[in-house]
Design a protein around this ligand. Sequence first.
Ligand code: OAD
Length: 239
Amino acid sequence: MNFSIPEKASIVILTGAGISAESGLETFRGAGGLWCGHRVEDVATPEAFARNPAMVHEFYNMRRRGLLKPEINPNPAHLALAELEQKWPGEVLVVTQNIDDLHERAGTKNLIHMHGEVLKAFCHFCRSNIECRNDLSIEMTCAKCSKTGGIRPDIVWFGEMPYRMDEIFDALANCDLFLSIGTSGNVYPAAGFVSEALRHDAFTAELNLEPSLNASIFHESLTGPATETVVRFVNNLLK
Ligand code: OAD
């Protein structure tokens, strides 16, 4: 690492599935990116849900069950980011594309789940978010409005607007350091955050197992498993 940032620099950190890989959660595009022969893009859409809600529910039920297994825990990369937030004198915001809760479990507080959360359901009728740790189905009744048939996972699908974009772009416009961790750079708008941070003169670094699609536009690109690169990067920042 060879860069200088202000003592109280504002840091924005984008994370993707790669940060949770060493906790035992599959990435989206690993293993050919297929789920039962379907591309993620063919399951994670409002159209797929309208066509075959049972299949889409099952996709997320499997992910929820997987996340809640006792052996799935935050790894040293999640913990390092929580430590950074706690000890860094400036603002630290983690924007995650992940729908798991491993950042929260690690202790990160200033966190945006831009693609939603698998441990929440959303009622199409009353527009409530409901905590959920069990399987969802099309037959479910909403605990808030008592209507049946409107429950879906609280996930932002392809073609839908991610959550809290105003806050994210505001933070990107005001950050001194932008980090992108464990994301392939396939999915916009998240893949465009680096350009936005660069436009506002932030220093940008990518920490990924392999160079992402955007690797060449970052000031620095570190390759390796997140549990090594993130821990090393955070330790250097906190030195
Ligand atoms: P991807 O599966 O597309 O990419 C994961 C990235 O993590 C890849 O570039 C891997 O090389 C890298 N990786 C794997 N293991 C790693 C490790 N141990 N340490 C560091 N990096 C590692 O996942 P995302 O980029 O998060 O959206 O996918 C973005 C979005 O596409 C997801 O949020 C989801 C998906 O479709 C929605 O569901 C809307």
